[in-house]
Design a protein. Structure first.
Length: 231
């Protein structure tokens, strides 16, 4: 019971630290800036599981509009505070191996002009914004030594809990937009999975405060991006 209370307490601390509550967003200006625009919001997308995989589905978390000239490009910077909670518990005796695992992932993508003829995903598409895979294994004896013959007692337990928060940012690019008003939408998804044998496992993924900035630019034409891999 004490372990459950501690785990619940850690999860609550994560949620409170992320500012989960009623949504707040800056008012959108229909006459959006022709050069740059921004939005800041208090939001949350939560996924948690203690068994089968869980998925929040894609959720619209931020949106903004901007007016662009013809053949201009957009730099879109999406910044979010996210938290991951993973717990793995194993129980073993008699030299039998036990394993538990937990997975928490935050996904992010940016969509331009959704449900319009020019709809497109900003490059590079959907990304893994934050993730953790945690696995715990143990092979224990669970033996009680005494003057009497060796007795196999209750399983011994090992438990590992990791709760972290991080503020990350990722840049998306939309090239060669047509002139006019464009809607920029930031979508997020939290997915979790947990698996255990004799013990138990739990995973929670949360998104908190977030912001998006959109800037109209004119990139160098014909620029090649070269990726150099280490030998």
């Amino acid at each position: 019971m004490k372990k459950k209370l501690i785990a619940m307490g850690l999860a609550i601390v994560l949620l409170l630290s992320l500012g989960v509550g009623s949504a707040f967003a800056a008012d959108q200006n229909p006459n959006a800036s022709a050069k740059a625009t921004a939005q800041i919001a208090e939001l949350h997308v939560i996924s948690q599981t203690t068994g089968d995989p869980a998925d929040s589905g894609w959720v619209l978390i931020l949106d903004q509009t901007i007016k662009t000239a013809n053949k201009k490009d957009l730099f879109i910077d999406a910044s979010l505070l996210s938290a991951l909670y993973t717990k793995t518990n194993v129980k073993s005796k008699g030299g039998v191996k036990d394993t538990s695992s937990a997975l928490a992932v935050v996904w992010l993508k940016v969509v331009v002009d959704e449900e319009l003829p020019g709809e497109q995903e900003a490059f590079p598409g959907a990304i893994v914004y934050n993730a953790r895979y945690q696995e715990l294994s143990a092979t224990l004896q669970g033996i009680i030594d005494s003057t009497a013959p060796i007795v196999i007692g209750d399983p011994e337990e090992i438990e590992l809990i990791i709760a972290t928060m991080s503020a990350n940012s990722f840049n998306f690019i939309v090239p060669d937009l047509s002139s006019g008003m464009h809607t920029i939408e930031v979508w997020a998804k939290c997915s979790t999975d947990a698996d255990s044998m004799e013990g138990d496992a739990k995973a929670i993924a949360v998104i908190g405060l977030g912001s998006v900035t959109v800037e109209e630019v004119r990139m160098v034409k014909g620029e090649n991006v070269i990726v150099e891999l280490p030998d």
